[in-house]
Design a binder for this molecule. Structure first.
Ligand code: HEM
Length: 204
């Protein structure tokens, strides 16, 4: 029998359990993209993270949480600055649900991804050092410095709001699915040797 979540830890752990396979898949596919092997691949990866945080910003607006909106805007600003002119491509992924629980699930994925970003920051800096003056690492540095602390605040907020678990689980699954779809497109573009890999059509 499935026990109803009784605390913040239960909600977060339930979301973690629900999305564990998706996360493992995401990690594997990200690594397949070799995001820290060369500048184009790195920028492709950053572009995906930009699309995800734009989705996060819309989710935060839906639930009317100004702090989370600010955090998502901050992530968007850092990535846009790291990318430079390439960041103008907006994939326009619409929110498929107006349920607040669904939006919390999307935000769980967006906020949680900073934990992975913290792990990846060293590799981003190493790639930047090998390509002086060509790559921004502001986003990953921010993940390394603030990711864990912001994650704790997010988990506290999640506890206070206590969204419906089924709805949040659906939102988290949607966010991981969307990211996986974008990743596949990027991998195609990279293996096709297209260089800067701008101009995705997902969500149009
Ligand atoms: C190679 C890329 C990635 C690596 C190495 C990675 C690694 C990690 C690590 C080490 C954690 C912390 C786990 C823990 O403390 O128990 C984490 C958490 C998380 N990551 Fe990733 N990650 C990656 C990519 C992503 C991406 C792209 C997303 C989103 C699309 C994502 C979403 C999450 C979420 C939601 C959590 C929180 C899980 C929880 O509830 O504890 N990760 N990741």
């Amino acid at each position: 029998m499935t026990r109803a979540p009784s605390s913040e830890t239960d909600i977060r752990l339930a979301l973690k359990a629900l999305t564990q396979t998706a996360h493992e898949h995401t990690e594997r596919r990200v690594e397949a993209l070799l995001p820290f092997s060369k500048p184009d691949a790195y920028r492709s990866f950053l572009s995906l993270l930009l699309s995800m945080h734009r989705l996060g910003k819309d989710a935060a607006a839906l639930i009317g949480d100004e702090r989370l909106q600010a955090r998502e805007r901050e992530a968007i600003g850092l990535i846009a600055s790291d990318l430079g002119p390439e960041s103008s491509a907006d994939l326009g992924i619409p929110l498929p649900s107006r349920e607040t629980g669904f939006a919390w699930g999307i935000l769980y994925v967006c906020r949680g991804s900073a934990l992975g970003g913290a792990v990846l920051a060293k590799r981003a800096r190493e790639l930047s050092d090998r390509n002086p003056g060509r790559l921004g690492v502001g986003y990953f540095n921010h993940c390394a410095q603030q990711g864990a602390a912001e994650w704790r605040i997010f988990c506290r907020d999640l506890e206070r709001k206590r969204p419906d678990l089924a709805s949040a689980g659906a939102g988290a699954a949607f966010a991981f699915d969307t990211f996986a779809r974008l990743l596949e497109t990027r991998i195609d573009l990279c293996t096709a040797g297209s260089g800067s890999a701008v101009g995705l059509t997902v969500g149009q």
